[in-house]
Design a protein around this ligand. Structure first.
Ligand code: SF4
Ligand code: SF4
Length: 347
């Protein structure tokens, strides 16, 4: 049997029967090692271990605030509370040898509208004790009663990020008064990191028949969202763009002139090859998927070209029904006794 052009079984120096068996075993062992090394290097080179700095997920889709140009489309979303089980199997899959993540950002919508946010966030804390867990809120609920009622939640998360919107700040008596309330929250929970972000301007992002590839990374270029159906979304702005929008029209609408507003372009996020990674399959290609930017859908998105506009509320400016429901739920939570009267009590 000829093994190579210049070596054969007839070569007594190397391929005597006994040495042949030895050589085959030697080759087999080295082939196995070679394969293992190749597999490992495949992860290092072609399919790197996917590292995701943070993953955003919705506790709810809906919101008590009604911001124009909300990039999660929350004012148009159906009311919906998610369960930890909607996300945990997918997060488990991302916490393996082939993928890792550091932080879970619980967003929405407004997460404090969730019927049991402590249970929701606590489930992630129990499953991932060493990950950073952050809740992002508009802070409509700030009050001493809420600080007491949410003790279990605040003990199980690392940070609260407050987006400060003009109408919510006004509700609290102005921006300084809202910041003072946040100071009280920090006094009560010194281990809880509190971050504030002013929201006085918004980027009105829309999707068109054709725009252009963005020249520089947009504000969402590093975003990764987890959808409750087991898909990762490389940009949550695009992933939620279709909510409340006109359904895609007939295919002939694709002939709209370049740059024109095209309702069909909403199908661009839905049809995108780059936007989603389905976690139902194995994780092959996840690292490359995560590393890619711009996405195909970015060429149809105005994020790179639209300047910011002053923040504006829609009509109505807030969903007081959602807020009333939250405050009603808060009243049912037995707050620990505290000394003296409480000027912060909003009830
Ligand atoms: S506060 Fe405004 S921007 Fe944030 S989720 Fe609600 S509606 Fe959207
Ligand atoms: S440019 Fe791309 S990443 Fe940025 S918001 Fe638009 S679709 Fe998302």
């Amino acid at each position: 049997m000829v093994l190579t052009p210049h070596l054969s079984d007839s070569d007594p120096g190397i391929f005597s029967p006994s040495r042949n068996i030895f050589l085959k075993k030697f080759l087999a062992r080295n082939l196995l090692e070679f394969r293992e090394k190749t597999e490992a290097s495949k992860y290092r080179t072609m399919d790197l271990i996917a590292h995701i700095p943070w993953i955003e997920l919705h506790a709810v889709d809906h919101c008590n605030n009604v911001c124009r140009h909300c990039n999660q489309r929350s004012p148009h979303a159906f009311r919906r509370d998610y369960a930890p089980g909607d996300y945990l199997p997918w997060l488990d899959k991302l916490d393996t040898l082939k993928a890792s993540f550091d932080q879970i950002n619980i967003t929405g919508g407004e997460p404090f509208l969730h019927a049991d946010l402590a249970y929701f966030a606590g489930a992630f804390r129990r499953r991932f004790p060493n990950k950073t867990i952050v809740v992002i809120s508009n802070g409509f609920w700030l009050s001493e009663d809420a600080y007491a009622a949410h003790e279990a939640l605040f003990d199980s998360i690392n940070a609260l990020v407050f987006s400060i919107y003009p109408n919510i700040a006004h509700f609290h008596g102005g921006r300084e008064a809202m910041l003072a309330k946040l100071g009280r929250l920090k006094e009560r929970y010194p281990g809880l990191e509190i971050i504030t972000v002013g929201r006085t301007e918004f980027y009105p992002i829309s999707f068109h028949a054709q725009v252009a590839p963005p020249a520089t990374p947009c504000r969402w270029a590093d975003c990764t969202g987890l959808l409750p159906d087991g898909r990762l979304a490389r940009c949550t702005v695009a992933a939620y763009a279709h909510i409340g929008q006109t359904p895609p029209r007939a295919a002939s609408a694709r002939t709209a002139p370049p740059g024109s507003l095209d309702p069909l372009a909403l199908s661009a996020p839905l049809d995108s090859r780059d936007l989603y990674f389905d976690l139902h399959g194995d994780l092959t290609g996840l690292a490359a998927w995560r590393a890619k930017w711009p996405l195909d859908v970015c060429s149809r998105c105005t994020a790179g070209s639209a300047g910011p506009l002053p923040w504006k509320a829609g009509a109505p400016t807030r969903r007081l029904d959602y807020e009333a429901e939250y405050f009603g739920r808060l009243r049912t939570v037995a707050a620990p006794e505290r000394p003296g009267s409480d000027p912060w009590n909003v009830f």
